[in-house]
Design a protein around this ligand. Structure first.
Ligand SMILES: Nc1nc2c(ncn2[C@@H]2O[C@H](COP(=O)(O)OP(=O)(O)OP(=O)(O)O)[C@@H](O)[C@H]2O)c(=O)[nH]1
Length: 351
């Protein structure tokens, strides 16, 4: 591993050009265990001419140049330092510092990017990376986190999930935190294996939609513009039947429930602090991701999201003809459903 690779800049860009962008640029985190098909997916997206996006791919290889080596096989590529400039206006680069500032600077240097794909290493835990990009609107960043897409190797994922370590393994966390799951390499497994894999993945994360693919060929719409972390996200329960499955083997699982009543915003905020910051509701519980649709008694839905300790409450669309209710979904380890239900009930207005 070469630790001395410098921060990479595009040599041929007009450094003085200020951004013409008015809206922030979406960032999609592409994660997945070693060899699952992340690069295959990215190459496909770069070479697809139906989406009209100028994509900047950031390979978060932390000093290794392997990502770039792989990317050299991209069609019509031209290498500029550690940048690969593609004929369709997209760029590929490897940076050691994948922090928000580094990527913002990168965007400033090239006004034509309108989408960022951030590929993590196979062993990365996407939680801290997602927390870094999930910024408060008040910070007026040029970036916003659009979603987390996890590529899963259908042939090998069971072995990775079975791996017993004291903590949670990365493969489990990558599935737990996903908004979308690309279950790839299905050509290498039979129907029974595929079906039990889907059950197992849904037991960990029953909210993320799953696409079954060969060569990571998922629909463009399945990946781009998900708005998973903002109020444009319609419903955290968009996947039908997103209720939890009983699957005793998994330590990480989904718990989902619905509660009627009107929630008081102050109490909700205090509950989230206790749940995610103080962990005083149940010390054992480790919540990786939480999504909820909340009824605060007015015409709007409120959407709550959390990734690790970060949380956010946003005003969403109007309820329309739907029944006003509170839907909650938790993904994490050692989830205590009884305590979750009991403690949440204290956020409700007294009748
Ligand atoms: N049989 C089969 N092979 C696939 C499929 N998708 C990708 N591959 C192959 O699997 C290998 C790994 O794919 P990559 O896209 O490089 O995987 P990756 O997740 O980027 O790998 P790392 O960066 O090393 O973690 C390559 O040889 C691909 O050609 C698939 O659906 N079926």
């Amino acid at each position: 591993m070469d630790e001395d690779i410098p921060m990479l800049v595009p040599q041929e860009q007009n450094i003085s050009s200020t951004s013409m962008r008015t809206a922030p640029v979406p960032v999609t985190i592409i994660t997945g265990f070693l060899g699952s098909g992340k690069t295959t997916l990215i190459m496909r997206l770069l070479n697809d001419n139906t989406h009209n996006k100028k994509i900047a791919v950031i390979l978060n290889e932390f000093g290794s140049s392997s990502g770039i080596d792989k990317s050299l096989s991209l069609k019509d590529g031209k290498i500029t330092e550690e940048w690969l400039e593609l004929a369709n206006g997209c760029f590929c680069c490897s940076i050691k510092d994948s922090g928000v500032k580094a990527i913002e600077n990168l965007l400033k240097r090239n006004k034509s990017f309108d989408y960022v794909l951030l590929e993590t290493t196979g062993l990365a835990d996407p939680g801290p990376i997602a927390s870094m990009f999930w910024l408060d609107e008040a910070l007026q960043s040029e970036l916003y986190l659009d979603g987390i897409v996890t590529v899963v190797d259908a042939k090998n994922i069971s072995n990775y999930l079975d791996e017993t370590k004291v903590g949670l393994n990365e493969a489990t966390k990558q599935i737990a935190l996903a908004d979308r799951i690309i279950l790839n390499k299905i050509d290498l497994v039979d129907q029974n294996t595929l079906s039990s894999l889907k059950t197992r993945i849904s037991a960990i994360n029953s909210v993320a939609k799953i696409a079954e693919t060969v060569q990571s060929k998922a629909d463009i719409d399945f990946i781009f513009d998900l708005h998973s972390f903002d109020h444009h996200h319609k419903d955290p329960f968009e996947k039908e039947n997103s209720m939890q499955l009983e699957h005793a083997v998994e330590t990480v699982k989904t718990v989902a429930f619905t509660v009627n009543g009107v929630v008081e915003s102050k109490k909700l905020d205090e509950w989230l602090q206790k749940l995610l910051w103080e962990k005083s509701i149940d010390k054992e519980m480790e919540i990786l991701r939480f999504k909820a649709l909340i009824n605060m008694g007015d015409h709007h839905k409120y959407i709550v999201q959390s990734v690790l300790e970060l949380f956010d409450i946003q005003k969403g669309q109007e309820w329309g003809s739907e029944e006003k209710t509170n839907k909650l979904v938790f993904i994490g380890r050692h989830l205590n459903e009884e305590m979750l239900r009991k403690s949440f009930a204290e956020c409700l207005e007294d009748l």
